[in-house]
Design a protein around this ligand. Structure first.
Ligand code: PRP
Length: 211
């Protein structure tokens, strides 16, 4: 049997996703034991799992190191990897939003300074608004930028809203809702379509049953 390579996002989301794959008929007992290992396989079921940094899953899948994987819609929109998006898993739900200090007013005579990790998403959004921007790429702690005057607004992920609130920022617009997606490598899907379809169908049923 050919092995199906699955890239799981390391962390709580990945554990939930593994539980869905297990229910779909692809268990792997070794992954359930505490360890620092990153690769696990169950030859009898024809599956190999590996834990990768959530933002790297799409790269593994796009390049074929993994046949399928689970990535956030934010990553798919930002990097536009050439993969198939098979399913919305309805997990890891949050939104991409524009936030700024309370009382912020956009001065359209000037370029808007936008700090973000998601420069592609932010650029496309402001292009669609016809608004000229100066994009400032940051790697984290984006919320600090408007407080220190580095930027006028930020484009970032908002889940509970706690981070914004505790840093005296407010949401000014929601760009797009985000959730975890099951993605597949394009040629992997051709060769392992049967196995992948089995998983997709089972997960669809599981999601339906939860509703
Ligand atoms: C994200 C995001 C916010 C925070 C929002 O960061 O950048 O900082 O979560 O969540 P909240 O609305 O529930 O407060 P994450 O924890 O994913 O880490 P990161 O800084 O590496 O992006």
């Amino acid at each position: 049997m050919q092995m199906l390579n699955v890239a799981l996002p390391k962390g709580r989301l990945g554990e939930k996703v593994y539980a869905m794959f297990k229910k779909a008929g692809f268990p792997c007992p070794s992954i359930e034991e505490p360890s620092r290992k990153l690769i696990f396989e169950n030859v009898a079921c024809g599956v190999r799992y590996f834990w990768v940094k959530p933002s790297d899953v799409a790269i593994y899948v796009e390049r074929g190191a993994a046949d399928i994987g689970v990535a956030g819609k934010d990553i798919l929109l930002e990097y536009e990897p050439e993969v198939y998006e098979l399913l919305d898993l309805d997990l890891g739900k949050c939104r991409m939003a524009v936030a700024a200090k309370a009382g912020f007013r956009d001065d359209t005579r000037r370029k808007l300074r936008v700090a973000t990790k998601f420069t592609n998403i932010a650029s496309q959004y402001y292009l669609s608004q016809g608004r000229d921007i100066d994009i400032i790429h940051l790697n984290g702690s984006i919320e600090i930028a408007p407080i220190l005057g580095l930027s006028d607004v930020i484009v970032d992920i908002v889940e509970t809203g706690t981070t914004l609130k505790e840093n005296d920022l407010q949401v000014y617009d929601t760009i797009v809702p985000i959730s975890a997606r099951l993605i597949a490598n394009r040629s992997g899907y051709k060769f392992k379509g049967d196995q992948i379809d089995r998983i997709v169908e089972s997960i669809q049923q599981q999601l339906q049953a939860e509703k």
